[in-house]
Every structure is written in structure tokens, then in C-alpha cells.
Write a protein of this length. Structure first.
Length: 175
């Protein structure tokens, strides 16, 4: 197990994100929670592009599947390491970021997709120089590629507010 996968294993374990990649929901949780942990200040080195369900990292998918196989074959070397206190603090912050608000009608997957997608479209997606990046403009971009959110503007607004409450509308990352 290489150093990057050891780190990934420790982070996923700390975040209670199973490395069970059999369902789409589990794979989406790995993608979105690692994305959100990174913007909360823990750079695991994964870079994201835009895909069907929002920000997606091919290298994270490869590492997650390799990690799953390594652990299944008995490699638990990562358990001999610990996460630094500074990292656990940032990860605890990330957990609060993706807590589902009580009035959110959608499920966990939709909440994670909204948070990550709105952040990505606000800060990372290419936009022509001078393009607006306020909520309405970002929401319009969101529904162009994700029409399932068209009638869920208030839910998207709740996700935007959560990002704003954490300082992630003004800043790309917290690190």
C-alpha cells in the first residue's frame, strides 16, 4: 500500500466512509466527501473534473478500488499510522459541513451532490472573464447539466447557505 492510499484509508476510516464500493451511493459518498474534506483544508492530492453527478476524480476512483482490494487481501499497514490533530480538526469541520439540514427533503446523496457541485461551479468550473458567480448564476449552471434540481432551488439555496456559513462561497478552500 503506497503512502497516498494509506492516507486515504485513514481519512475514510476517520470520516466513517466505508470503502465498500459495491453501490453507486457508496462510490458517490467517497467522491463527494473527499472533495468536501479537501476544500475544508485537507489536500489529499486529488483533482476533480466535472462529470454527470458533479465533481469527480478519476485518480480517487482508482485509488479507492485499489485500496479496497488491498484491504480485502489483508493489507492493514495503514492502521499503524495516525492522523495528525490538525488534520482531524479539519475533518471534523468537514463532517459538520455535510450534515443534512432537518428541512432537506432529498437524501444524503443529493445533499452531497449539491454541496460539491455548487462549490465546484462557483470556484473551479471555467467561466468567461467577468462572468457572475452569485447564487442565481451558479444555480442556472447547475440545472443546465443537472435538470433534476430544476424545481429544487430552495434546497440548492440551503446548500449554498451552508457553504457560505463555512466561508466556502467567498473562499475556494479553508486551508
Amino acid at each position: 500500500m503506497n503512502a497516498a492510499r494509506k492516507e486515504l484509508a485513514l481519512v475514510l476510516e476517520y470520516l466513517d466512509v466505508p470503502i465498500d464500493l459495491q453501490t453507486f451511493s457508496n462510490r458517490l459518498n467517497v467522491q463527494k466527501k473527499v472533495y468536501l474534506a479537501q476544500i475544508a483544508g485537507i489536500d489529499l492530492g486529488y483533482r476533480y473534473g466535472w462529470y454527470i453527478r458533479g465533481p469527480y476524480s478519476t485518480s480517487l476512483t482508482q485509488d479507492a478500488f485499489t485500496l479496497k482490494d488491498e484491504i480485502a487481501s489483508g493489507d492493514t499497514e495503514y492502521k499503524g499510522f495516525q492522523i495528525a490533530a490538525k488534520v482531524t480538526k479539519a475533518l471534523d469541520h468537514a463532517k459538520k459541513l455535510w450534515e443534512i439540514p432537518p428541512n432537506f427533503a432529498g437524501g444524503n446523496d443529493d445533499w452531497l451532490e449539491l454541496l460539491a457541485s455548487l462549490h465546484y461551479l462557483r470556484h473551479i468550473a471555467y467561466r468567461p472573464h467577468g462572468a457572475k458567480r452569485d447564487f442565481d448564476d451558479v444555480f442556472d449552471l447547475l440545472i443546465q447539466s443537472k435538470p433534476k434540481f430544476r424545481n429544487r432551488k430552495e434546497e440548492a439555496r440551503a446548500a449554498w447557505k451552508r457553504l457560505d456559513d463555512f466561508g466556502l462561497v467567498r473562499a475556494k478552500t479553508l486551508g
